[in-house]
Design a protein around this ligand. Sequence first.
Ligand code: GLN
Length: 243
Amino acid sequence: MREFWSLSLAVSSGVLVPRPETETLVEATLAVWSEMTAEASHEPRAASRAQRAESRELSAESREPSAERPTIVELCTGSGAVAIALATEIPTARILATDVSWRALRVARANALAHAVAGRIAFLRGNLWQAVNGQAPAGSVDLVVANPPYVPTRDVATLMPEIQWEPRLALDGGADGLRVQRDIIATSPERIRPGGCLLLEIGADQAEAILALLGKTGRFETGRIFRDLAGRPRVIAARRRDG
Ligand code: GLN
């Protein structure tokens, strides 16, 4: 058993052990979601004229979260740690969690059952959005989160010996470590609603490359960096632009 976000989670040799730094991904997602709900709440009496004008503009562009019931997609869920933490923190969320590995999904589902959130998380097997298919049509997703494999192939072998038994599939991000990130950044914009957000866990030295990849799509606002407890850049959050 491992602790993650104060939840006790089972792990096996088929999944990446949840890392403390991945709690940054949960924190960042909750921070962005609370911003999104604050933007959408209309408080005409308390709001200034400027705020009212702004909220009119926002609603005209249908940037509002899905009626407080967000659709969240977690790609590469592994042990289910992030999806389960989000399910406990956002009880109204509908969560779709994907992985290429059946073994990982078995562990994730058992963890979701143990924390009584299995009814709110659909575990789907397949490569990234192929697993989701029709369950989240274009422009319907509020939040996409992922901790994909991001370690460059040549570095996987030199990682600390105690993690060598973890599945290579969960760590190996190809020659430059960005293979899966690139795929996620290319395929996510069409699924995310305008004003929705993509949140990626990254390697400590990948922030610049990820920001550049996001920028190149032309579909995101400038990404924001969240740091882990050691002060390293660990998560990038980028809101989807309109259109
Ligand atoms: N943070 C992990 C490690 O350094 C890597 C996780 C990942 O590739 N998603 O071991």
